[in-house]
Design a protein around this ligand. Structure first.
Ligand SMILES: Nc1ncnc2c1ncn2[C@@H]1O[C@H](COP(=O)(O)OP(=O)(O)OP(=O)(O)O)[C@@H](O)[C@H]1O
Length: 392
């Protein structure tokens, strides 16, 4: 809900504020560019202005809610509010609050949350809240029996007064938080057709790292449906970052999986992971990525015991980021639904089909190396060379 005539989106960022001035300026530039790209991608007219160190989107009433939604899809944004711009004079603010109340107040308790950035203004935040509250009350008392409740109001009238303008808003929409995309180095995202890996990739994007998606084609063990789901989730992720290209490296892994299934009973899941990581490492060198992100979580699968994660991680010199490490599955599923990467999957595809009947939970590196094909890493290097770039 927005005040009548709302023409601006107030965008708030969080972690960016903790940085030094130079870093902050760089991150704010990234954030403004990313918001502009989201607006353009969704054909929302709007101009991003960096005023007082945080972005404002100038738009019109028809598009102000869509612009708010776009801003709250940008990584680094803590919240955004569709707002009406008015003059900083107390009388103007009170008139606008009264008009907003007449249009939007529907009974119940209300509060005024007034903030004043410019301490040279001739009124304090408390005076503004008091006067504003009175203006609202008088505007609606004939029709309703208004109540003021500062702790649990049904409607909060936000007023933010800056040097040149004041903003009035009714709603604060949460964003993902984190840092603007592009503020950190890129990482390779191992994306399967499952639920977890896109959520893990999103988490790295949220901290500012662009992702380079890599999908390993498992041949007969994967399947067209598996690949289609992986591509679909990358398409969804790319909608959060329309100014970042996100083609997928599709790695031919079918022969290696066949070979592992044919030659290894115990440990083949672990060797397959080691193949993934080593392939990812080669691709990382190619694209100058600084780590690998996966959707693994402690104990979610037998290959994901802490001991097994330790053994598989030794296949690469790159850090493996596992942002879901300690998350429970229902939590991951809930987030996948929220960010829209949840894909219905009824087909048991991918790694699940490679697993042997009796699985290893306490692997050690030396015995694994005895059974693992000697050429596993050469296969990885070769697969990385043969990886194909495909548009998701
Ligand atoms: N075919 C694949 N291509 C690329 N990465 C993969 C593939 N299969 C698995 N991975 C990576 O290894 C991690 C652990 O694999 P696991 O077998 O648990 O995946 P999954 O259940 O198929 O999918 P997810 O973990 O995404 O739900 C995945 O989160 C993903 O990062």
């Amino acid at each position: 809900m927005h005040p009548p005539g709302a023409d601006t989106v107030l965008v708030r960022h969080g972690d960016v504020n903790t940085k030094s001035n130079t870093v902050k300026r760089y991150m704010e530039d990234r954030l403004a560019e990313n918001i502009e790209a989201l607006l353009a991608d969704r054909s929302i007219p709007g101009e991003v202005e960096r005023r007082w160190n945080r972005p404002l989107i100038h738009t019109d009433e028809e598009h102000v809610d869509a612009a708010t939604d776009a801003a709250t899809d940008a990584f680094g944004v803590v919240s955004a509010s569709p707002a009406l711009t008015v003059d900083t004079a107390m009388g103007e603010i009170c008139t606008a609050l009264a008009e907003t109340a007449r249009a939007c107040y529907d009974g119940g308790a209300f509060a005024v949350d007034a903030r004043r950035a410019d301490k040279s203004l001739p009124y304090t935040s408390e005076e503004l809240a008091r006067e504003g509250g009175t203006a609202i009350w008088e505007a609606v008392e004939d029709e309703f029996s208004p109540e003021v409740d500062l702790d649990t109001p049904d409607l909060t009238f936000g007023v933010e007064v800056r040097e040149d303008f004041a903003f009035i808003y009714l709603e604060t929409v949460s964003g993902p938080g984190g840092l603007p995309l592009g503020a950190q180095e890129p990482v390779i995202a191992l994306i399967s057709g499952g639920i977890d890996s896109p959520v893990a990739a999103y988490e790295l994007m949220k901290r500012g790292s662009p992702i380079v998606p890599v999908y390993v084609d498992l041949g007969a063990y994967g399947g067209i449906d598996h690949e289609a789901r992986a591509m679909e989730t990358v398409r969804t992720l790319s909608r959060y970052a329309p100014n970042f290209d996100m083609p997928v490296y599709k790695v031919p892994g079918g022969e290696t999986v066949d070979h592992l299934v044919g030659t290894m009973e115990q440990g083949r899941m672990l060797s397959l992971r080691r193949f993934f990581y080593r392939t990812a490492e080669h691709l990382a060198e190619r694209v100058d990525a600084h780590g690998i992100v996966t959707g693994e979580a402690v104990g979610q699968k037998s290959s994901q015991t802490l001991q097994n994660l330790g053994v598989t991680s030794r296949a690469t010199r790159l850090p493996i980021h596992r942002p879901l490490l300690t998350r429970d599955k229902p939590e991951i599923v809930a987030q996948a639904r929220e960010i829209d990467t949840y894909t219905q999957s009824t087909i048991n595809a991918g790694c699940n089909r490679v697993a042997p009947d009796r699985v290893e939970t306490n692997a050690r590196l030396e015995p694994l190396l005895e059974h693992e094909p000697d050429d596993l890493f050469e296969r990885a290097e070769d697969a990385a060379k043969r990886a194909e770039l495909v548009e998701p």
